[in-house]
Design a binder for this molecule. Structure first.
Ligand code: SF4
Length: 426
């Protein structure tokens, strides 16, 4: 039945489902110019935005690094009918044939996002009596949600949002910081591209907060979506299944050379990681299995930790704007019972992002196939990753150092109601 309706109509459908790669968020209109890469974006009064200028493409002097998201890899694997490891190895070869020097995986940087979110939650929980906006902590990894929050609910909602950077932006800091140092380069001598499941990651990368004034460079210079990678393959006349697999790159020699994933769903597993950590840290409870209770629809679910009938922790995930709006209204009325909410703009989360490859038919079964692929690598626990521990200790100078906070956290800015289209700030 869904196929008879447009994506817009399906957004108001009962279960809020939209098929893989239907646009949850408006895409950027790009006037193509040969040999140039994405750069400036202009935002109009009606919220539409488009590219107005193009930065120079990486020249020969720059080291080119591509960081691929695990959601994009799973989408490509489903399209090419391959496993995710095979896809990662072949994609590495393909990108290197285009002149890319290193291909990394943002699962690595997500370890930092998860660890920082866990610790931030515990800090906020402990100060909830003196700071009434310490809780609920709201997830910060989805730029679709962040843009909406800044524009629509500004200073009311911002204090609730976790300050932890998203995996894309942590990767930006690692590549232009740690990796640049290792290569004896300045940040502007690296051209950093990410491959992401949505167009909104382009907006995230273009935020002034992620611009290095000293070196006049962005942490992420260019974002391409999964669908744009597929187009690139088609333009080059390459079928990924015919490409020879290449070895995977790692940023540190101590990092694992095989793929890994984080349990807890295709949007990064924030709820699960924070929940387990908080249960142990705050109440000494070890959580084995996490039981989700669906509420109004499958994109709004709750998880509750109880002891002797007392609710200790109440978490939720709220995906899609309909559920987000409900959540914000509850917060405004002081009726939200939650300590943490994993907020994501796309119904079904990041695996269903607007930049993912549209599969034939766009059915729920196909999305489930992408989910299975995404979950197929070995699950890793961020606390046990040696390379991450090493970077905290030797590069960031400890978990609570000023450098760690500056590198792994960000801030948000309310966008005042504009009188004209030129006043809108992102
Ligand atoms: Fe992007 Fe959608 Fe994921 Fe948000 S939920 S980060 S908009 S893919």
């Amino acid at each position: 039945m869904a196929a008879r309706f447009s994506g817009v109509l399906q957004l108001t459908d009962l279960d809020d489902f939209i098929g893989p790669s239907q646009e949850c968020i408006k895409p950027i209109k790009v006037e193509k110019q040969a040999g140039k890469a994405a750069a400036k974006i202009r935002i109009e009064a009606d919220g539409s935005y488009f590219q107005i200028d193009q930065a120079a493409a990486p020249n020969e002097q720059k080291l080119v690094v591509v960081s691929v998201s695990p959601q994009s890899r799973a989408s490509l694997a489903a399209k090419c009918k391959m496993g995710v490891l095979e896809t990662a190895k072949k994609l590495t070869t393909f990108l290197k044939s285009l002149g890319v020097h290193y291909v990394f995986d943002t699962t690595f940087s997500r370890n930092f996002s998860l660890l920082e979110s866990q610790r931030e939650f515990v800090r906020r929980f402990r100060r909830q009596t003196e700071d009434r906006k310490a809780l609920p902590m709201l997830a910060s990894a989805c730029p679709g949600w962040i843009c909406y929050a800044e524009k629509t609910h500004g200073s009311f909602i911002i204090p609730y949002i976790s300050t932890t950077k998203s995996p894309q932006q942590v990767m930006g800091s690692l590549v232009k910081g740690y990796f640049a140092e290792q290569q004896h380069l300045t940040p502007d001598q690296i051209y950093h591209v990410t491959v992401m499941p949505c167009y909104d990651k382009k907006l995230e990368a273009s935020r002034p907060d992620f611009f290095n004034q000293q070196y006049q460079t962005r942490d992420v210079d260019c974002v391409i979506t999964t669908g744009e990678v597929l187009k690139l393959l088609e333009q080059e006349g390459v079928s990924l299944s015919d490409v020879d697999p290449g070895p995977l790159d790692t940023m540190l020699s101590s990092a694992a050379e095989e793929l890994s994933t984080h349990p807890g769903g295709g949007s990064g597993g924030y709820l699960e990681h924070i929940y387990r950590h908080a249960a142990k840290e705050l109440f000494g409870i070890h959580v084995d299995a996490i039981e989700y209770k669906p509420l109004k629809n499958k994109d709004f679910q709750e998880v509750t930790l109880q002891r002797d009938g007392e609710v200790l922790l109440q978490f939720a995930l709220a995906y899609g704007f309909r559920n987000i709006q409900n959540l914000v209204q509850k917060l405004k009325r002081g009726k939200s019972p939650y300590h943490y909410v994993e907020v994501m703009a796309c119904p079904s989360g990041c695996l269903n992002g607007g930049g993912q490859i549209k599969l034939e038919g766009g059915s729920k079964d196909e999305l489930q196939h992408v989910e299975r692929l995404y979950e197929s690598p070995k699950a890793e626990i961020p606390e046990e990753n040696q390379a991450v521990a090493e970077l905290y200790e030797h590069w960031l100078g400890g978990r609570d150092s000023e450098k760690a906070v500056g590198t792994l956290h960000t801030e948000y800015h309310p966008v005042e109601k504009a009188n004209t289209s030129f006043n809108i700030k992102w």
